[in-house]
Design a protein around this ligand. Structure first.
Ligand code: UD1
Length: 369
């Protein structure tokens, strides 16, 4: 049973790692790992392979950056010959990035079964590129693995047959639970002390921001900075910056404002273990990422999501996440409530127990025979 597995962008790596480990328990599964090269910087890609023990990709398509159309089309052109040569029984894609839909489309057009891990999530916001990728990938997939009940409900409402949908939990949480102990050895707290004089034991916040709706729009970015200006008076904020964000603000007024905030500390992108150590000990996380809403839920760390919606509603319903939008006052109101101690104890969503990948591979093994 030959299964081609796709990774392309940073959030894919923590999702594929436990699947590659789970395949190794089956003698009759031959996994092939394909990296599209959507992300290519050492700190956005190779570092994650090393830290998470992901095997070196069998094939790297080396596509890199581009407009949505160019990136998607180049991945498709490069991936089709791979499928023709290897003739896999199935192609497995994870998440919602451009590599996900590009490779999914190639597979189904060649009559190869398509498996989508993290299916069914919907923000309802079609202006978000990932939402288009999610809807399209799910509509062409043969097997759909969901992380939360909303995913199952969304797929059923869209007419996907029940037999194709499997609620299995979350492979990204498998990776988090596997690495939590290892992350304790990270030196990042000492580095923060050496580089910025931050005593991490006294409390700090972590910020990530890279969504085009936030960082490509100077007005929205400015509103978020207004809120950060207030929060950084209470605690240092550590901001590992995505290359998209850095490129956008370089040499602009926004860039100057970020540089001038005394207690907002910029880092280059950091590895998985350093980031896990930072978030698991933070007082507060502010983010526009999808996955970080879920990781903070498992870690029970308060998270303010700087977006108008979430495709991962369970994190806000029972987890530690609050979707606060991007209006300065709304961010600060939520922050002040946290400061006053009104923080609901997070519950961990069903099946986020570290065993999602073995469940998925067992089902695949049975159904693809
Ligand atoms: C992509 C995903 C997004 C995911 C994010 C995680 C899509 C549509 N978006 O967004 O869902 O949350 O990855 O990081 O697939 N760049 C570098 N080095 C790299 C990669 C990118 O400098 O290794 C810069 C380039 O200037 C590039 C820009 O970042 O143009 C954006 O990269 P791209 O892969 O197009 O989208 P992301 O914003 O990273």
């Amino acid at each position: 049973m030959k299964i081609v597995n796709i990774v392309g962008a940073r959030p894919n790596f923590m999702k594929i790692a436990p699947l590659m480990a789970a395949y190794s328990k089956y003698d009759d599964i031959e996994p092939i790992l394909v990296h599209t090269g959507q992300h290519y910087d050492e700190k956005m890609s190779d570092l994650f392979f090393r830290q998470l023990g992901i095997p070196t990709p069998d094939i790297n398509l080396g596509i890199g950056s581009g407009s949505h159309a160019v990136q998607t089309a180049e991945i498709m052109k490069a991936f089709e010959p791979v499928c023709l040569e290897h003739k896999p029984d199935a192609v497995l894609v994870v998440g919602d990035v451009n590599s996900t839909i590009a490779c999914g489309l190639v597979a189904v057009k060649l009559g190869i079964k398509l498996i989508h891990v993290e299916a069914g999530l919907r923000s309802g916001d079609r202006a978000m590129p990932e939402e288009i990728n999610r809807v399209l990938t799910d509509s062409i997939s043969d097997m759909l693995f969901c992380t939360e009940q909303s995913g199952v409900d969304n797929l059923l409402a869209e007419g996907v047959s029940k037999a194709r949908i499997h609620m299995v939990g979350h492979v990204m949480i498998d990776t988090l639970l596997t690495n939590l102990e290892k992350a304790k050895a990270s030196n990042i707290h000492n580095e923060m002390n050496d580089n910025f004089g931050i005593d991490c034991s006294k409390g700090y916040g972590v910020l990530t921001m890279h969504r085009p709706s936030n960082v490509d729009d100077p007005i929205v970015f400015g509103r978020i900075l207004d809120a950060l200006e207030v929060i950084q008076n209470d605690m240092p904020i550590i901001f590992p910056m995505h290359p998209r964000t850095r490129k956008n603000i370089a040499g602009t007024d926004l860039g100057n404002r970020v540089d001038n905030m005394k207690n907002l500390h910029l880092l280059d992108p950091i590895g998985y273990l350093d980031f896990l150590k930072l978030t698991s000990n933070a007082k507060l996380v502010l983010t526009d990422s999808g996955g970080i809403q879920e990781e903070t839920t498992v870690l029970k760390i308060p998270c303010l999501t700087l977006r108008e919606n979430t495709e991962r509603p369970i994190t806000a319903e029972i987890g530690s996440n609050q979707v606060v939008g991007t209006e300065t006052q709304n961010i600060l109101n939520a922050y002040n409530r946290l400061k006053d101690g009104s923080f609901r104890e997070a519950q961990i969503p069903p099946l986020w127990d570290g065993n999602a990948a073995p469940r998925i591979v067992k089902i695949m093994h049975e159904e693809l025979k």
